[in-house]
Write a protein that binds this ligand. Structure first.
Ligand SMILES: *Cc1c(COP(=O)(O)O)cnc(C)c1O
Length: 328
């Protein structure tokens, strides 16, 4: 399998919003889009996306994981960006139709078909800096992927207690703008510390990494910061917390300080969650020039337990007790 997200399915779903209405969704060959160089998105970053996966089960059937949660989140992101939000039914259909059209290339678990809907402002009006886009495009791409992180436990995370990834009310939007804002800090961390990612902790308040939510784990215990406007409300985070509760873990959603992260990881586990990686152990924190090995350098038993519980639902090896799967 090639690098995550570089190989695409042959077809995509496409719709345009013009004159106040969405066109019907068409399934088309993946090809370049024609947009004007003055398109709203290119100048004012009116864009949002989501990311979800479809899995192949042992019975040959293909199931989409938490379709409704991803549809709802994409609609919220679009609304936050003042983009026209497609209706729930339209988005569900577009995603299901793309997966159906490409079901033959859905890999075996733990691989999956990663589905990437994006909505962006398409009208050309470079004077419209302070105005919502009046035209938009919805495009749903699909990409066969393998497991995201090969070496669990080798992740190196720079703790940054100065910068924030996103503003306090925009982190909740899954928007390219937030990624653009964080990129320099991540590139600097990679160059200066050979870090894989940055854990943004402005003023010592732990938020999340550039693209994944953050959790502390120990035997029977999971801690993660509460949801607010500053972080992305991860579907994987939510799923893991549901599973942890059903496995009788004590689940705490409360603020976490940098000090607690360092104290905790001297004896416990730390991990990041997201659709791509599911739940990946952090091996090392780098803070103020010092390296801190997490959990004595061992792979986390609790991270493994929760990751296995979730992956078993993804792949159909465990019953879908929360009703998270949609058959296509
Ligand atoms: C997508 C994303 C996540 C993870 O969300 P999932 O729904 O679990 O995939 C976490 N943080 C950021 C910033 C994200 O963009």
């Amino acid at each position: 399998m090639s690098t995550f997200g570089t190989e695409f399915a042959d077809t995509m779903a496409l719709a345009w919003f013009r004159d106040g209405a969405w066109s019907p969704v068409a399934i088309e060959p993946v090809d370049a889009l024609r947009i004007h160089p003055g398109a709203h998105v290119l100048h004012y970053a009116s864009t949002c996306f989501d990311g979800l996966k479809a899995y192949r089960h042992g019975d040959g059937g293909v199931r989409i994981f938490r379709l409704d949660s991803h549809v709802a989140r994409l609609r919220h992101s679009a609304e936050r960006l003042c983009l026209p939000a497609p209706g729930e039914d339209m988005l569900r259909r577009a995603i299901i139709d793309v997966v159906r059209a490409n079901r033959d290339i859905v890999p075996e678990c733990p691989g999956a078909l990663y589905v990437r809907p994006v909505i962006f402002g398409a009208n050309h009006a470079i004077g419209a800096a302070g105005h919502a886009a009046t035209e938009a495009c919805l495009c749903v791409l699909a990409s066969p992927v393998g497991a995201y992180f090969q070496d669990n436990g080798s992740l190196r995370i720079l703790i940054d207690d100065t910068h924030m990834r996103a503003t306090p009310d925009f982190g909740v939007a899954k928007s390219g703008g937030n990624y653009a804002a964080a990129l320099k800090h991540i590139e600097d961390a990679r160059r200066e510390y050979n870090a894989d990612q940055v854990l943004f902790c402005p003023g010592g308040d732990v938020q999340e990494t550039g693209a994944a939510n953050f959790l502390l784990l120990d035997d029977g215990h999971v801690v993660t910061r509460p949801l607010d406007g500053s972080i992305l409300h991860g579907v994987t985070r939510d799923s893991l917390l549901h599973l942890a509760r059903s496995l009788d873990y004590r689940v705490e959603e409360r603020p976490i300080s940098v000090d607690e992260v360092l104290t905790w990881s001297a004896r416990g586990e730390a991990a990041v969650s997201g659709t791509a990686a599911v739940l990946a152990d952090i091996g090392t924190f780098i803070y103020r020039g010092r390296e801190h090995t997490v959990n004595g350098g061992k792979a986390g038993a609790n991270a493994r337990k929760l990751r296995t519980a979730l992956s078993s639902i993804h792949g159909g090896d465990a019953p879908d007790e929360f009703g998270w799967l949609t058959a296509v």
